[in-house]
Design a protein around this ligand. Sequence first.
Ligand code: FES
Length: 449
Amino acid sequence: DADKIDALVDARNGRITPLIFTDPELYELELERLFGRCWLFLCHESQIPKAGDFFNTYMGEDPVIVTRQKDGSIKALLNQCRHRSMRVCHADSGNTRAFTCPYHGWSYGVDGALKDIPLEDRVYPQGACKEQWGLLEVNRVASYKGLIFGCWSDETPALEEYMGDIAWYLDGVLDRREGGTEIIGGVHKWEIECNWKFAAEQFASDQYHALFSHASAIQVLGAQPDDEGSKKLGAAQTARPVWETAKDAIQYGQRGHGSGFFFTEKPDANVWVDGEVAQYFRDTYQEAKERLGEVRALRLAGHNTMFPTLSWLNGTATLRIWHPRGPNKTEVWAFCICDKDAPQEVKEAFERSATRAFGPAGFLEQDDSENWVEIQKVLRGYKARQSKLIVEMGLGNEKVREDGIPGITNYIFSETAARAMYRRWADLLMHEKWADVEKATEQFEKELV
Ligand code: FES
């Protein structure tokens, strides 16, 4: 019940109980109250440009097909045949005029309408109400600068209101150039044996882990970028780490969303990217600065989560969804996103960089997921599951900045965003009405600043 959930997440004092990562009943409640109500990323508009194009994805554990209609609009349909629940579409993506169920052959249009039932007159002599048996449609679909989101609930606020200040941070990826962005190549998909919240929290809140979990990679590639980009192997021993040299750094955490970045002084400040990508950031810096201002134009090494499951890293072009697969498993989908106006060879360099660092075998991805998987194993223990974890970092140091950077912020090595995320998680699970969720979150945030 609500009091028990509340007790599991004492964000005001920086304590959480790890049952939230393991409990099957809480997981069922997440599917209903969190994945059933939040705006969830579906795909990028560039993945379904033409009428009849479709992209198969999930909202929580519900399989959903995103389709482009004849009039250019977008629908999201539950990928579940109305007859016996079979998936009507198994392809990852493609173009079609109909989805035909492989079990008994019922056929649906890309708008979800049931078009054809084999032997209809004979098997339904009483008459089939085909107009009532179309695929179920996701209640709301909306786009934000190329990203398509879906929401099952009519009560949830409109997408941009739901996003709040995380939109300002997301614009640092989506709005650098006039032409917007596109997805390059396919989608890397793999499973990891851990709860989805470890991944979402780390991308929202945890710059701190990089000092240790990525120590080897940082040592090899260099702790501080220079004009030679990733070619500067060997300079690592003399370079000072970015957390010592950056003139400022922040963590943002509000309404479950989180972000963090260092204020860098060069437009190619990311050591994980190919030389072509670093050069591209130098070449396009002025345009990005005019569109976004200096802070975001230079912000090429940020980590981010839009609650609950959309995460991205500025500069390295990786955008991912953490699809839940039970309390102990997550299916990771990684997309490579880059500016549509970039030259082809730069797009290919973006894809190489993203795959090498954050693909399924990426040298940074492996560091991260090993931690999460090992934690999930520890939490099989009865005592371990009940213990309190400390989420206190930066507690009491939250503030609203006066330089135009929006939202509740803190120093980058903080757990402000983690506290915001777990509090939002609890508020969603505890309250049936969205207005009560908002009231609870607002109260928590008001006490912070
Ligand atoms: Fe789809 Fe029977 S389950 S036609």
